[in-house]
Design a protein around this ligand. Structure first.
Ligand code: EPU
Length: 420
C-alpha cells in the first residue's frame, strides 16, 4: 500500500499539463481487439488501469509496443480466452474486452466487472443490448457467457444514458450484419473519441455525441490511429486545486468546452478565470458564494467531479447543496473531510449540505475510491499542517503522475510505501 503526504496551505502557480482521458483510453484499448491490423493510440495516460488492460490483452495474445504515451497494438493473433475473475474485477472497463471479444468471435466469457465502490453498478443495459443483437446470455454466479451464431443489427433503447452500455453496444455491434440503433445513448466526449477510432478502422458509426447513434455493421476493420482526448476529470480536479490555493495556475492541453459545467459553477462562486482555446487559468479568491450542484450525464455537471468539488464547497460562505443523481453512495470522502474540519451533512446518500467556510486541518485519512482520493488530496493542499492519505492506489488508477504534477507547481507532496 502507498500513502501520499501533503504539507498544506502552499500556493500553486505555474502550468499543469493534462494527460489523455482515462475513460477514453480504457475503451480504446479493448477496441483494438476488433481490428484485423495494427492500431496506434496516442496520448495514453500512464495509470494503473491501463497497465491492467494491457496485461489482459497480452494474456489474450496481443503484441503491445509502448513508447512514452503511444501504444501500438497488434491483436491479429489473439485467442478467445476466458478472462480470470481476478482481472475482471480489477476495473470497470474489463467488460469492454468482453464486448470486443464478442464482436470479433461471436462469443465471450467473463466475470462481473469491478470499479469503484460508489453504489450499485448493474450491467443489465449491456446484457439487454447483447440480447438485442441476437446473443444468448447465460449467467452462472458472477460469470457470463454471451454467444451467437451471427451478430445481427438491432434496436437498443437504453433505460438511462449509460456510458458503459453505449460503449459495449458500439463494440459488440460494429461488425454486426445490418444496422444497429442506440437510443438514449450517452453523449460523453469519450463516446465520440471511441466512435472516431472505430470509424478510423473502417466502421460506419454516425451520431456519436448525440442521444441516437446509428451503426451500420461492416465485415472487416483495419489499421487506424487515434489520439486520446484530454482527461476532463483530471483537468477539473486541478482547476479546483487552483480555486483552492492557486495563483495564476494554468491548466493546459485541455478542451475547455468539456468542463463548461464546472467553469460555470466556479463563475457562480465568484472566480474569474482566463479561458483560452486549450487552457484555463485560475487564482484563489477570498469570498466564495455558495452554490447548488446536481450531477448529470454530459453536458451536465460530471459525477466524477462531485467528490472533488465538495472539498471546494467547504470554503464557500453559507450553505451549498449537492444532488448526486448518478450514484447512491458516492460520498465516502465526506466523513474524512469532516474529520479535517468541514461541516458536511449527508442527508440520504445522494443529497449533501455543506456549510462553510471551514478551516481545514491536516489529518490522517484514507482514499476509499478514486475520486474520494482526489477530494482528499485537494483537502490536503488547502489544509493547515500535514495530511496523510492512505491507500492511494485508488488515486493512481486514474491520475497520471499526480505527485510530480502537483510538486512542479509548488505543492509539498510526497508518495511512499506504507510499511505498516
Ligand atoms: N446503470 C444501470 N444499469 C446499467 C448501466 C448503468 O442501472 O446497465 C446505472 C449505474 O448504476 C449508474 C448510472 O446508470 O447509476 C450510470 O452508469 P454508467 O453506465 O453511465 O457508468 P459507467 O459506464 O459504469 C462511466 C465511467 C465512470 C463515470 C460514469 C458516469 C468509465 C470506465 N467509467 O462509468 O467513471 O462515473 O461513466 O459518467 O468510463 C470515474 O472515472 O471515477 C468513474 C467512476
Amino acid at each position: 500500500m502507498k500513502k501520499i503526504i501533503i504539507e498544506g496551505n502552499n500556493e500553486l502557480s505555474g502550468t499543469i499539463n493534462i494527460s489523455g482521458a482515462k475513460n477514453s483510453a480504457v475503451a480504446l484499448i479493448p477496441a483494438a481487439i476488433l481490428s484485423d491490423d495494427i492500431v496506434t493510440i496516442y496520448n495514453v495516460p500512464n495509470i494503473s488501469d491501463i497497465d491492467t488492460l494491457c496485461e489482459i490483452l497480452v494474456f489474450l495474445g496481443a503484441k503491445i509496443e509502448k513508447k512514452e504515451s503511444t501504444l501500438k497494438i497488434d491483436a491479429r493473433d489473439i485467442k478467445n480466452r476466458e478472462i480470470s475473475e481476478e482481472n475482471s474485477k480489477k476495473l470497470r472497463a474489463s467488460y469492454y474486452i468482453m464486448s470486443a471479444l464478442f464482436g470479433r468471435f461471436k462469443e465471450a466469457t467473463m466475470y462481473f466487472p469491478g470499479g469503484c465502490s460508489i453504489g450499485p453498478r448493474p450491467i443489465d443495459q449491456t446484457l439487454k443490448s447483447y440480447r438485442s443483437l441476437g446473443a444468448y446470455v447465460t449467467e452462472e454466479g458472477s460469470k457470463y457467457n454471451i454467444k451467437t451464431s451471427a451478430i445481427k443489427g438491432g434496436h437498443v433503447y437504453l433505460d438511462m444514458p449509460s456510458v458503459g452500455a453505449t460503449v459495449n453496444t458500439l463494440l459488440a455491434a460494429v461488425k454486426a450484419d445490418g444496422e444497429t440503433i442506440i437510443e438514449n445513448a450517452a453523449k460523453e466526449p469519450e463516446i465520440v473519441n471511441i466512435a472516431t477510432f472505430l470509424n478510423n478502422m473502417g466502421a460506419k458509426i454516425v451520431g456519436a455525441g448525440t442521444s441516437e447513434i446509428r451503426i451500420d455493421g461492416v465485415s472487416k476493420l483495419g489499421k487506424a490511429v487515434i489520439e486520446i482526448i484530454p482527461d476532463r476529470i483530471e483537468a477539473g480536479t486541478y482547476l479546483i486545486a487552483g480555486a483552492l490555493v492557486g495563483k495564476n495556475l494554468k491548466i493546459d492541453n485541455i478542451i475547455p468546452e468539456h468542463i463548461d459545467a464546472l467553469i460555470s459553477k466556479l463563475k457562480e462562486m465568484g472566480f474569474k478565470m482566463e479561458v483560452g482555446n486549450d487552457y484555463v487559468e485560475i487564482s484563489s479568491i477570498d469570498e466564495l458564494k455558495p452554490v447548488r450542484i446536481k450531477t448529470l450525464g454530459y453536458p451536465g455537471f460530471a459525477t466524477d467531479l462531485q467528490q472533488p468539488i465538495v472539498t471546494l464547497l467547504t470554503q464557500c460562505s453559507g450553505k451549498s447543496y449537492i444532488d448526486e443523481t448518478i450514484y447512491e453512495t458516492r460520498y465516502k470522502n465526506i466523513p474524512y473531510l469532516n474529520e479535517m474540519g468541514a461541516l458536511i451533512e449527508i442527508k440520504d446518500g445522494q443529497h449533501f449540505t455543506i456549510s462553510g467556510p471551514s478551516d481545514l486541518i491536516g489529518k490522517e485519512v484514507t482514499a476509499t475510491d478514486l475520486r474520494a482520493g482526489a477530494s482528499l488530496v485537494l483537502a490536503g493542499l488547502k489544509a493547515k499542517g500535514k495530511t496523510t492519505i492512505n491507500e492511494v492506489e485508488h488515486v493512481l488508477r486514474g491520475y497520471e503522475n499526480i505527485v510530480e504534477k502537483l510538486s512542479s507547481v509548488g505543492a509539498k507532496i510526497t508518495i511512499m510505501d506504507d510499511i505498516n
